[in-house]
Design a protein around this ligand. Structure first.
Ligand SMILES: NC(=O)c1ccc[n+]([C@@H]2O[C@H](COP(=O)([O-])OP(=O)(O)OC[C@H]3O[C@@H](n4cnc5c(N)ncnc54)[C@H](OP(=O)(O)O)[C@@H]3O)[C@@H](O)[C@H]2O)c1
Length: 249
């Protein structure tokens, strides 16, 4: 198959590219670094021409609901328009377990993305995954006040991004499925402890106070609203196994 991967240079996107290539597919990467701006629609037409499926793993770093919704609805609309024009029959989008159970600006954007995909006329599949193990690293750099890094409390069941990538490529190899079964890692973890372990592994041994984020979203994070439900597929290695395989810095 020939698969277009929107966001193919990102955390999950680079795994999707690797897995698709390992499974013998031709891959085209849609990212600004690769000369395609999906939000502005620049370079999209030629990038999609002749592709059999599109896997959308684009992202934006924002907590602003309006900005997130604008990004995800416009990028989805641009991808679907390109696919419609070219007859690229299958659109696969990655979303997040619990986006509809926690009030958060970025999640409002993901819900808007899901709505745009399901309302569109291109056959679609949506997969919701829990946080990747790499989330500990992403949060370590985001939750910092000057030199002080905070350990943010959250009940999470993180997954190896490689497992999510494999599932996305498997879904692309099959006809459109609608909502796929949610996917999560093998066991529940406390994000604050994941962040501390990640920091120690990388030689940061400073004090990292545990904090709960304020407001309704902070309460949702701590209450388990973002944990998978009983019918989710549980896959892959634990966070500790993943971390021990990461190079120390
Ligand atoms: N991180 C998690 O724990 C997690 C868990 C579940 C689901 N997800 C979902 O997985 C998806 C990817 O997340 P991630 O953490 O892998 O994101 P990421 O590492 O921030 O990567 C984002 C990708 O989007 C590309 N991009 C951004 N704006 C673009 C534009 N205007 N045109 C073209 N490409 C653009 C970036 O490339 P350029 O900068 O070169 O354009 C990059 O390849 C998101 O939809 C997220 O909601 C994430």
């Amino acid at each position: 198959m020939d698969i277009a991967i929107a966001g193919g240079t990102g955390v999950i996107g680079s795994h999707v590219v690797r897995v698709a290539q390992e499974r013998g597919h031709a891959v085209r990467v849609l990212s600004r670094g690769a000369g395609v701006d999906v939000l502005a629609g620049v370079g999209l037409e030629s990038a999609l021409r002749g592709a059999d499926a599109v896997i959308d793993v684009l992202s934006i770093t924002t907590t602003d609901a309006k900005k997130a919704a604008e990004f995800f609805t416009r990028t989805t609309a641009n991808l679907l328009a390109g696919q419609r024009q070219d007859g690229t029959g299958h659109h696969i989008a990655l979303s997040i377990v619990g986006v509809d159970r926690a009030p958060y600006g970025y999640y409002a954007g993901k819900l808007a993305q899901e709505d745009a995909v399901t309302a569109g006329d291109v056959p679609w599949t949506i997969l919701r995954a829990t946080q990747f193990h790499d989330f500990a690293a992403q949060m370590h750099s985001r939750a910092a006040v000057g030199p002080l890094h905070l350990a943010v409390r959250m009940r999470t069941q993180p997954i190896d991004a490689g497992e999510v990538a494999t599932r996305l490529v498997e879904l692309a190899e099959h006809p459109a499925h609608g909502r796929a079964r949610d996917i999560a890692g093998p066991r529940e973890e406390e994000l604050a402890e994941m962040m501390r372990a990640w920091a120690r592994h990388h030689g940061h041994d400073g004090w990292m106070p545990r904090i709960g984020l304020p407001g309704a979203f902070g309460r949702a994070m701590r209450s388990g609203a973002l944990l998978p439900q009983d019918d989710a597929d549980l896959k892959g290695i634990t966070f500790a196994e993943w971390l021990s395989a990461q190079p120390e810095r």
